[in-house]
Design a protein around this ligand. Structure first.
Ligand SMILES: Nc1ncnc2c1ncn2[C@@H]1O[C@H](COP(=O)(O)OP(=O)(O)OP(=O)(O)O)[C@@H](O)[C@H]1O
Ligand SMILES: [Mg+2]
Length: 172
């Protein structure tokens, strides 16, 4: 059985971490809908996912900017899905955005591949986003990115809601 994980405390923790350790010039905003669905997963892994996004955002805003984390519930219908392996149903949509420099097409095309980094030697291994994608996919989720050059980046992570536990009384 999968563990059911609450996203809200994880985000609260990451926000506190970012407020404590990121440069003051980076504004941090978070907006969480109340009563987020629990998701299938592992808190440590989801923490790693969030941390990766936030550190990447920090690194593209050396002059400061805004890091924004949002989470809300969403029901995806068949018509909303773009890839065959995506399944309709309830998800938590996690959005992490920054006001950094965005990415040129050729970088964007490869960011989820292992060892792809534009950071200086010693600053990044390029494993962050490939790990993120691995974790999200294992839970049946998916990631979308939009990152126009000069306009910052926006990552959307769709995590399937944990199935409601059906008690014996409700079973037919
Ligand atoms: N928010 C972002 N804005 C602009 N470019 C980004 C952003 N996030 C990731 N990238 C690009 O994607 C590359 C790969 O990111 P990834 O997190 O996989 O590795 P890394 O951050 O370079 O290294 P590591 O995560 O291992 O420390 C980055 O080097 C950067 O070029
Ligand atoms: Mg990274």
């Amino acid at each position: 059985m999968h563990a059911r994980v609450q996203i809200q405390p994880l985000i609260d923790e990451i926000v506190r971490f970012a407020e404590d350790t990121f440069p003051r010039s980076i504004r941090i905003q978070s907006k969480l809908s109340p009563e987020l669905f629990p998701v299938n997963g592992n808190a440590t892994q989801l923490h790693q996912v969030l941390l990766n996004f936030c550190v990447n955002a920090r690194d593209v805003m050396p002059q400061g900017g805004c890091l924004r984390i949002e989470a809300g519930n969403i029901i995806l219908e068949e018509a909303d899905l773009r890839k065959s392996r995506q399944v309709p149903g309830p998800y938590v949509l996690l959005t992490v955005s920054d006001t950094g420099h965005g990415m040129p097409e050729q970088v964007l095309a490869k960011i989820f591949e292992p060892f792809v980094t534009t950071k200086e030697i010693g600053k990044g291994t390029g494993l962050g986003l490939s790990t993120v994608l691995g974790i999200v996919k294992t839970r049946g989720g998916f990631v979308e990115v939009s990152s126009p050059v000069g306009e910052g980046s926006l990552f959307r992570v769709f995590l399937p809601a944990a199935e409601a536990t059906v008690g014996p009384a409700q079973r037919k």
